[in-house]
Design a protein around this ligand. Sequence first.
Ligand code: NAP
Length: 324
Amino acid sequence: MKAIVQDRYGGPEVLRLAERGEPTPGAGEVVVEVVATGVDAGTVHLLEGRPAPVRLAMPLKGERVLGMEVAGRVRAVGDDVTDLSAGDAVFGSARLGHGGLAEYAVVRRDRLARRPPGVTFGEAAALVVSGSAALKATQAARIAEGDRVLVLGAAGGVGHLAVQVAKAAGAMVVGACSRTKTDLVASVGADEVIDYTAEDPLRRGPFDAIIDTGGHRPLRALRRALTPRGALVLVGAEPEGAPMAGLGRAIVAAMLDPFARQRLVMLASTESVAALDTLAAHAAAGKLRPVIDAEYPLEAAAEAIARIGHGKGRGKVVVRVRPE
Ligand SMILES: NC(=O)c1ccc[n+]([C@@H]2O[C@H](COP(=O)([O-])OP(=O)(O)OC[C@H]3O[C@@H](n4cnc5c(N)ncnc54)[C@H](OP(=O)(O)O)[C@@H]3O)[C@@H](O)[C@H]2O)c1
């Protein structure tokens, strides 16, 4: 099969097209004939080996294939997978090293769900990691009907989905993004859109919850913009040049949480079947639709990843491996 492989840490330039053997499924695994693969900030982190401890924890031995966000058709199942068969349309998160920047990917059964009706493979792929993070963030914020919720980074991969999931939960959503992306944030249903280059969105508080996926505002400023029992969910941040990326701030928040009246959550999202099924149900009901900013062919996967850059995404970028 054709695959985009990585054998050292670095930028998109380290990626190259290679021929590899088609994978076979192990116990509890499914091989997916990939139709589309989403790329997100996490793909950039794995490629670069960021934050720095990642390189120590995961030294690269040989080639690996990135691309966690996979949608396609079941090709083969492991012995103990009895509820899926060849040809079923699925989406899920690939095993590290056997990702969707290839014609076939390996996905654990407990990280895979059926693609919802009326949703393209490209859209389904775009939901896997970013959608799960958006869902887990709104769940962690415990959003109730009528809550005022601020989404920072509201035009990004996670952010534009978080706006929609929070709206589906009945929240009044304020989305913050840079000037050229305000149309996107309005189009996914935010009640108010703030260009953070012209106005500080935190001044529009107090908010019942803040979901932070972009920028790297200090904890103190974020907490001041919350109600006394509000929730701050730190999904991620891409501060320039910080070796620990946005992790340091999130760790401090998690340490402060037991002593604070507000809830301070460092999000660690996983792509469970339950999360994927919930995303599928929202999508099938027309409440959740990823915005696909751009599609690239497999051979141009490096360009797709470069487009995401460091936390500057607009909607989602998808790599198309096969036609729909
Ligand atoms: N914790 C978890 O489990 C988990 C899961 C998934 C992702 N993440 C992390 O979440 C972060 C976002 O991921 P993503 O895939 O959504 O990235 P993305 O697509 O690049 O989105 C980030 C967004 O933040 C915006 N932004 C940057 N600075 C901002 C600021 N000062 N104020 C408001 N918005 C700002 C960016 O564009 P503009 O500045 O142009 O508006 C961009 O739209 C990453 O750090 C990623 O690693 C964490």
